[in-house]
Design a protein around this ligand. Structure first.
Ligand code: R1P
Ligand code: URA
Length: 344
């Protein structure tokens, strides 16, 4: 019997046909009937802003927990794809006046902070999916660039999620809608995950692996930590739990992957989750690596995603046009191309 019973709505073959022009179709007919759609938490609206003009060229929507990480990523990707801002302008936080999320646009790349945990990511995804719809974006890809705890995996390792599991080990996300439980499949794009893995280089001074990710609703008790304000289990209980996770192929734990996978899949949008481990949970609970070390670690998923974006744009012949003739780091990109071809 299907995990999703009668209340799930996974995409059928006919529905996939709906997406064949590449634009994002909303599965909510109410939106079309509204005079305007206010994307409240992004400080944008379908009448107050020309969303097609502002965002119609977006191809990659990259998300991560903190505003600073996403601002850094925006600057980094700008250099990598050689994007030049119009003269006299600087990178601005488009959603600054929402005081909720931060959003930066670098040509076809949107960089958005999502906060911590399911409710925060869920609200953002509803509004970003509607933004893609209003802007008539074609085939956007959503990528979460995060941090996590490794399970048998050392700090600094980059982990690409192949399957997101909830705390009951289901490849699904549980919603409560009108007081009823609705389970939706939490499917990420397997081909995209493999493509990302192929962009890891043997010269990278760290490992990049693919595995299952456990998504929890809490950082402390929910992830089996002994160091929260409360703890009603023993160290032995914790280790048995982590070993059980490991025996089922779980390599990391974080807090957004199932909702991210479930909502993007429900919208027919290809998605991936790439996180760097901040510690190996088999060795402890406290995140105590030095700040500079953690900062460098957090660049690693960004490097992988940048390789993917550069490769995709180059394949479409769009890399040079972004920089109006000058690719800032051609040597680096050539290297990346060689690496990915070698892996293919
Ligand atoms: O680094 P980010 O993207 O915030 O993700 C991870 O870090 C937070 C916990 O510290 C959780 O949101 C978890 O999923
Ligand atoms: O252990 C960790 C580290 C980062 N993020 C998490 O959710 N858990």
């Amino acid at each position: 019997m299907s995990l999703f019973g009668g209340n799930s709505h996974s995409i059928s073959e006919e529905e996939i046909d709906e997406y064949s022009d590449g634009t994002v179709k909303l599965r909510n007919s109410n939106i079309e009937l509204m005079d305007q759609d206010i994307l409240y938490h992004l400080a944008l609206g379908s009448e107050s802003h020309d969303l097609h003009e502002m965002f119609g060229d977006v191809k990659f929507v990259c998300m991560g927990g903190t505003p600073k990480r996403m601002e850094n990523f925006a600057h980094f990707i700008m250099g990598e794809i050689g994007y030049k801002l119009p003269a006299g302008t600087k990178l601005e936080d488009i959603s600054a006046y929402s005081y909720r999320y931060s959003m930066y646009k670098v040509g076809p790349v949107l960089c958005v902070s999502h906060g911590m945990g399911t409710p925060s990511v869920s609200i953002l995804l509803h509004e970003l999916i509607k933004l893609m719809y209003h802007a008539k974006c074609q085939d956007p890809i959503f990528i979460r660039i995060g941090t996590c705890g490794g399970v048998g995996v050392e700090g600094g390792t980059v982990i690409i999620t192949e399957e997101a599991l909830d705390s009951h080990m289901r490849n699904a996300h549980e919603f409560t809608i009108l007081g009823k439980t609705v389970l939706r499949p939490a499917k990420l794009d397997k081909k995209l995950a493999r493509e990302l893995k192929a962009l890891a280089s043997e010269d990278d001074p760290y490992d990049t692996i693919i595995g299952k990710t456990l998504c929890t609703n809490d950082f402390y008790e929910g992830q089996g930590r002994l160091d929260g304000a409360f703890c009603e289990f023993t160290e032995t209980d914790k280790m048995e739990y982590l070993e059980m996770l490991s025996s089922k192929g779980v390599v990391n734990i974080e807090m957004e992957s199932t909702i991210f996978a479930a909502l993007t899949y429900h919208a027919g949008i290809k998605a991936a989750v790439v996180c760097v481990a901040l510690l190996n949970r088999l060795n402890g609970d406290q995140v105590n690596a030095p700040k500079e070390v953690m900062h460098e670690w957090q660049n690693r998923p960004q490097t992988l995603i940048s390789r993917y974006i550069c490769k995709t744009l180059a394949q479409k012949g769009q890399l040079k046009s972004l920089s109006r003739g000058s690719i800032k780091s051609p040597r680096r990109f050539k290297l990346v191309q060689q690496e990915s071809q070698a892996h293919e």
